[in-house]
Design a protein around this ligand. Structure first.
Ligand code: FAD
Length: 356
């Protein structure tokens, strides 16, 4: 089991970024009218919220909000919207946590987030977990023990040194540690490790447990969570969304939040809304349960190939390209002994995708 770690740090300093990131998140997903957060991230009064809620066209939103999809995004939306006093119905076609949110290793990985919005919203999310840990019924597993990317050659070490310096310039506490320090943090690490970049802000959640806690919290706040209901389409009246068609009939709503993950695009297209969300095939390997042996998150040098941040560094060797990357992945899958895979106790997630 992961520990419950509550180390809230300097909430005051983080509050402005937190609020800003949330507002940008809400704006990006068309939720500006649904949520209104006070400067500490807590909701202001329901009466204030009712006065300020607006949809994308600036019209007031009140009454029923339908949330489509019971992943971490939909369940968080249902929780916060119900907490803000809205009448919330969440519709999930399978069960909450059925999609990507039920199948990931829960890395809260700030280490390689691009400076600017990506880093800002990742930090806001990390703070949010600390708050949810306190207020959601049942809690969930959250481990804030940092994360590292180890390296095994001097060439990789040169890139990692540049990477750590660049991250520090971005305001993220990433330091270079030597092989002995890596072995202290990760005793079962392979013997040829020379060092690593280490970010103290990285953390890990048990994502399905977070989803369950959000569902419990949303119910407690009065939201209705309906599983086994498929939304077939969005219902519009003129330029306004007024409800959804489901396999259990039509439901009226004053606002609809589509949080259907990879399925959102197909759901929105017939309503004339083009959402630039695409699919990525990821793989997770689950082993038998093992006793916990590793506290920080662990990536190997392969991680560097996923992130544009590394490819832009002067020491990055462009010749070490896609073909080499594919070969390494195949070797990893074959051997399953290389801890450059991500370790979540008994789960290994291989990550042959790139974050641009
Ligand atoms: C293998 C893997 C590893 C990952 N690792 C990490 C990681 O370490 N850290 C990290 O931050 N992210 C990770 N991710 C990404 C992360 O899991 C997703 O970004 C996140 O879970 C998306 O949440 P969501 O709520 O948007 O979508 P989902 O969790 O996919 O939820 C969408 C829900 O909508 C439902 N739905 C779809 N269509 C309909 C419909 N028509 N009607 C009703 N319900 C519908 C689905 O059943 C599903 O439950 C990983 C993803 C994968 C697959």
């Amino acid at each position: 089991m992961l520990e419950k770690t509550v180390d809230v740090g300097d909430r005051g300093a983080a509050a402005a970024g937190y609020l800003q990131a949330w507002l940008r998140f809400c704006a990006a997903f068309g939720l500006r009218g649904v949520f209104n957060f006070g400067p500490t991230g807590r909701q202001s009064s329901v009466a204030d919220d009712a006065a300020r809620r607006r949809d994308r066209g600036g019209r007031p939103v009140s009454g029923r909000v339908i949330v489509v999809g019971g992943g971490i995004v939909g369940c968080a939306t249902a929780y916060f919207a119900a907490q803000a006093g809205l009448d919330v119905v969440l519709l999930e076609r399978e069960h909450c946590g059925y999609g990507a949110s039920g199948r990931n290793p829960g890395f809260v990985w700030l280490h390689c987030r691009n400076p600017g919005f990506a880093l800002e919203i990742s930090r806001a999310g990390r703070l949010l977990y600390e708050r949810l840990l306190i207020e959601l019924p049942g809690g969930f597993e959250f481990r804030a023990k940092g994360g590292l990317i180890y390296f095994t050659t001097d060439e990789q070490g040169a890139v990692m040194a540049e990477f750590a310096a660049a991250r520090q310039a971005d305001g993220l506490p990433v330091e270079l540690i030597d092989g002995a320090e890596v072995r202290k943090l990760v005793p079962p690490i392979r013997p040829d490790v020379l060092g690593a970049s280490f970010c103290a802000e990285d953390a890990q959640i048990n994502t399905p447990a977070v989803v369950r806690a959000l569902v419990a919290g949303a119910r407690q706040e009065g939201a209705a969570i309906r599983e086994g209901v498929t939304v077939r389409g969005i219902v519009r009246s003129g330029d306004r969304v007024v409800g959804v068609d489901t396999d259990a009939g039509r439901l009226d709503a004053d606002a609809v939040v589509v949080a259907a993950g990879a399925w959102s695009r197909a759901l929105l297209q017939p309503a004339g809304i083009e959402l630039p969300v695409g699919g990525e095939r990821l793989q997770v390997i689950a082993t038998e349960p093992l006793p916990p042996q590793i506290e920080p998150l662990v990536y190997g040098p392969l991680a560097a190939k996923q992130y544009a941040l590394f490819r832009n560094l002067p020491s990055w060797d462009a010749a070490d390209s896609d073909e080499a990357r594919r070969r390494v992945i195949i070797d990893q899958v074959a051997s399953l002994t290389d801890t450059s895979a991500m370790v979540w106790h008994q789960r290994l997630a291989l990550t042959p995708w790139r974050h641009e």
